[in-house]
Write a protein that binds this ligand. Structure first.
Ligand SMILES: C[S@@+](CC[C@H](N)C(=O)[O-])C[C@H]1O[C@@H](n2cnc3c(N)ncnc32)[C@H](O)[C@@H]1O
Length: 317
């Protein structure tokens, strides 16, 4: 564990999450612009589409082997955008797939309360930022999901959960912050139930190897700048993530590179940062947020040159 890195991450999200929510909404991740990244769409829809595409790619939700409650862990949950989305979606889909008998029993136990999510899904979101955890908790209350969802400040490298306690471990753009990628995947695997699924999307650098070659000095400099601005220790390539996952007790591991599909996101962020209320918000959110905004071009150039990649892993235990 690197305390200064964790403090940087906490401060970065404590300071910037309010502004991000005001300008962009609850999802703090890329959008999905079609497999080749050429679809024009509303930016919020693109972010929801990313979640939907990741689920479809992983083959979830599936009622196979389902027994309530279905337990979801969102590792690096931000202000709970994915956590609440997944809780609601799995709650309604899995609820509809239960037998009539089960639904009757639920409705008697809940005093006839017609809550789609009911007691069918229990989710936990973890973040390093107390500001995010508080805001996520508030959002769960507003959405009427307070009894299904819990948000905590906790470390992904030392998860405060028993072995085999979750059906789904979801991590959307938090892996890049982890100072130990092996421990990160080990922890995700440890807390998954047998048959459970890990779905992870994270920033990577391009693959290395005999043909592709090692990172050049110029590439290392570009990465160092991205690390500095976005509070990242380092990133690795998708094949390196796959090797780690394959060394763990997962039954299957699949990967995909969705860089093309998500790359247009950064140009949309640059546009959104140019409106007057965003500029005012930036100026009042502190230097780390201003720096991150001034450096938005780094990521779009990283995708254009092929240095930055958006990697996905789906692993079933
Ligand atoms: C870019 S945000 C992604 C938020 C969310 N997944 C979303 O898509 O809206 C990265 C998140 O990772 C969290 N994070 C980074 N390092 C972490 C760690 N070691 N343990 C737990 N959370 C961590 C941050 O606190 C932040 O909530």
């Amino acid at each position: 564990m690197t305390p200064t890195l964790y403090q940087q991450i906490q401060q970065f999200y404590d300071a910037s999450s309010g502004l991000w929510e005001q300008v962009w909404g609850e999802h703090m991740h890329h959008g999905y612009y079609g497999p080749n990244g050429n679809l024009k769409k509303d930016r919020r829809q693109a972010q929801i589409d990313l979640i939907e595409e990741m689920l479809a790619w992983a083959g979830l939700p599936s009622e196979k082997g389902f027994s309530a409650p279905y337990r979801i862990l969102d590792v690096g949950c931000g202000i709970g955008g994915s956590t609440l989305y997944l809780t609601e979606k799995f709650g309604s889909i899995l609820g509809n797939n239960l037998s009539d008998e089960r639904v009757d029993r639920d409705s008697t136990r809940s005093g006839g309360r017609s809550n789609q999510t009911g007691d069918r899904v229990e989710s936990v979101g973890i973040t390093l930022s107390p500001v995010q955890a508080n805001r996520a908790t508030e959002r769960a209350k507003i959405a009427g999901m307070a009894s299904n969802v819990n948000f905590l400040v906790a470390d992904a490298l030392n998860l405060p959960f028993a072995d085999e306690s979750f059906d789904l471990v979801w991590s959307l753009e938090s892996g890049e912050h982890m100072p130990d990628k092996i421990k990160f995947l080990q922890e995700c695997c440890r807390v998954l139930k047998p048959g459970g699924t890990l779905i992870l999307a994270t920033w990577c650098h391009r693959p290395l190897g005999l043909e592709a070659g090692e990172l050049t000095d110029e590439e290392r400099k570009e990465l160092a700048e991205i690390y500095r601005v976005y509070a990242l220790p380092y990133v690795i390539s998708l094949p390196e993530y796959a090797d780690i996952a394959r060394s763990l007790p997962f039954a299957t591991v699949r990967t995909a590179d969705w860089s093309k599909a998500v790359a247009p996101f950064w140009d949309v962020v640059i546009d959104s940062a140019l409106n007057p209320s965003a500029i005012w918000g930036l100026l009042t959110s502190g230097w780390t947020t201003v720096q991150a905004a001034l450096s938005l071009g780094l990521m779009s150039r990283g995708y254009a040159s092929g240095l930055i990649r958006f990697g996905l892993i789906c692993a079933v235990k």
